[in-house]
Write a protein that binds this ligand. Sequence first.
Ligand code: ADE
Length: 344
Amino acid sequence: MSRERLVSPELISKEEETFNRTLRPPTLKEYIGQKRVVEKLSIALEAAKKRGEALEHILFFGPPGLGKTTLAYIIAHAMEAKITTTSGPALERTGDLMGILTNLGERDVLFIDEVHRLPANIEEFLYPAMEDFKVDFVVDKGMFAKTINVPLKKFTLVAATTRAGSLSAPLRNRFGLFYHLDFYNADELKEIVLRSSRILETTIDDKGAEEIARRARGTPRIANRLLRRVRDYAEVKGSGEITAAVAEAALKLEGVDERGLDDLDRRFLNAIIGLYHGGPVGVEALAATLNEEVDTLVDMVEPFLLQQGFISRTKSGRRANEPAYGHLNLPSLRPRAAELPFRD
Ligand code: ADE
């Protein structure tokens, strides 16, 4: 079930994509947060530029909305190169990818989002392109089939995935640089909200920025989306200035609570607690109960709830933790036996 969700880490519209472009930091200097990634990436960039070479292929992984696309644009900008963007599910035929690859110049960036969703034939087609900067293209069929070997310019593949674990080993092994993006802390998100407000020429005070940051689920894309809603509210219901009270009222109206949880998160927690006695319960059972896709729960709902300690993943399924009971004002059902966390 696809439904618009104010705190979804995914892009919710084309219009939002355009809006985000105006807020995207163009350089690493202006990039807030992900300090270790920024430091390692700036060294790799400088070294590649000094040698006059293309940057090694890069894999960014981590939850959606944390800046993978932004970093790809920053890389292209820093290398003074062109960027072409596509995504795993958008590439259906080798011919499509062939066209893209042969148009890349020396040091250009090819950004593939959701690379874990590349069809198998496209993935195999990509191997020689990444490794030897050539592609083997088959033309004609049957007895007239010919393989044409096409050389490519030395480009950089920047790929992004929410699930590094679901990449095949041959694909993973062809990347030289791996960067894991993690949720941002409240101070970083506050800085991002203040920076975006400056670009949008919106008046906001420190406390207003903190209120938005606190509800942004560690995700800049959500922080910027909440800022837009609060800005609208401030312009219609107030003087246009964003204060803590304005931010709080606007986001309450949108169903986003003080920890950034929305209706779907609360339904998710309530189902584990109310219907499955706090768990453990399998994600498939939860998806059926909530009438949601398993992927939606795994990619959009669980990462933040796990990171905040509201739930844990155990061998036998998901369980609700103490903070979830506290947040929902529910009495804890029973003391819990210690259980080893399970990672997959
Ligand atoms: N806008 C969105 N993400 C950002 C970041 N990490 N730094 C600065 N501005 C941003």
